[in-house]
Design a protein around this ligand. Structure first.
Ligand code: G3P
Ligand code: CA
Length: 299
């Protein structure tokens, strides 16, 4: 009798052990499962703070200090823009030229990484925003995407924008290689104005959550269903410019099952409005302000 009971216990134990082993392996090897688990564990009404080009209201955009500051302010995502150098290295810079945010001139694509790394990507900020100027911003370098991944790893989630994909054939493949190299598939989302680029990335790696950025020149309170259905074939959400949408827009997109992350919301009065409309999060240059708004709305 005792022997039968022991073998039953052994049988149950082995099966529980195998089940745990199976679940942990699936969790370890499938970013899709990790994303789903994360979604289940996070409250359904979680509102995300996306630090637009880092905490770019306080520090030079798309630089390591802007990302550090955003993380200190407890952002959920750091948003950053990528372009490719002449030697096809992804670098973190918003414009296709270096004119506005460095002391150089010309197209990013015409400079090698070595040439770009000699530029000052911080002094412009000190001159333009003296109230937030800091000595250490002078002489900052344009970071490579790899430097950002190496510096922050899995400490934060990334919202990476593929900029000007027409200028950079196969930028999607290069981006995916870097995400995989740093094992960050479950920490990276990608967004772009270019549907073609998002579709291409989706075909390369369907597990990366994608967001379609849209720009409206006129108010849009109703989205064509055909557009929503099209976006749903490759993306998980839409990021519209905040100034042209309203609560019906947000409700319609959310009811369709897509997320909605308006940009770029910098004033608390607008942040309040966005939260009342039910957005899933906003892109902001001031992540601390938005976190305060989320906290106050919970009270
Ligand atoms: O956050 C959305 C935004 O990144 C799109 O516009 O020009 O700031 O990259 P932009
Ligand atoms: Ca961007």
């Amino acid at each position: 009798m005792q022997r039968i009971q022991n073998s039953k216990m052994y049988f149950i134990f082995i099966h529980i052990f195998l089940l745990i082993l199976l679940c942990t392996s699936m969790y370890a090897y499938s970013p899709w499962i990790r994303t789903k688990v994360k979604e289940i564990l996070e409250p359904a009404d979680k509102i995300y703070t996306i630090a637009h080009r880092g905490a770019s209201g306080y520090a030079p955009e798309n630089t390591i200090p802007a990302f550090e500051l955003a993380i200190d302010m407890d952002t959920d995502y750091i948003e950053l823009d990528i372009q490719l150098t002449k030697d096809r290295v992804p670098v973190v810079i918003h414009d296709e030229t270096i004119n506005r945010t460095t002391n150089g001139t010309g197209y990013v694509k015409n400079y090698t990484l070595e040439q770009l790394s000699k530029l000052d990507a911080g002094s412009w900020f000190n001159e333009q925003y003296p109230m937030f100027a800091r000595e250490q911003y002078a002489g900052l370098r344009i970071p490579t995407l790899e430097e950002v991944f190496e510096r922050f790893g899995k400490e934060v989630d990334y919202m990476i924008e593929i900029k000007d994909p027409a200028l950079y054939p196969n930028i999607e493949t290069i981006l995916n290689e870097q995400i995989e190299k740093y094992n960050l598939s479950d920490h990276v989302s990608v967004h772009s104005f270019s549907e073609a680029s998002l579709r291409k990335l989706h075909s390369i790696n369907p597990e990366i959550p994608l967001y379609q950025i849209v720009w409206y020149n006129i108010p849009v309170y109703k989205v064509p269903e055909s557009f929503i259905n099209r976006v749903k074939t490759y993306a998980v959400g839409i990021s519209p410019n905040f100034q042209r949408i309203n609560s019906s827009y947000v409700a319609q997109v959310k009811n369709s099952g897509l997320k909605v992350f308006p940009y770029t919301v910098n004033y608390q009065v607008n942040m309040d409005k966005a939260v009342v409309w039910g957005v899933d999060g906003v892109h902001t240059n001031f992540p601390d302000r938005f976190n305060e708004v989320i906290k106050n709305n919970k009270k």
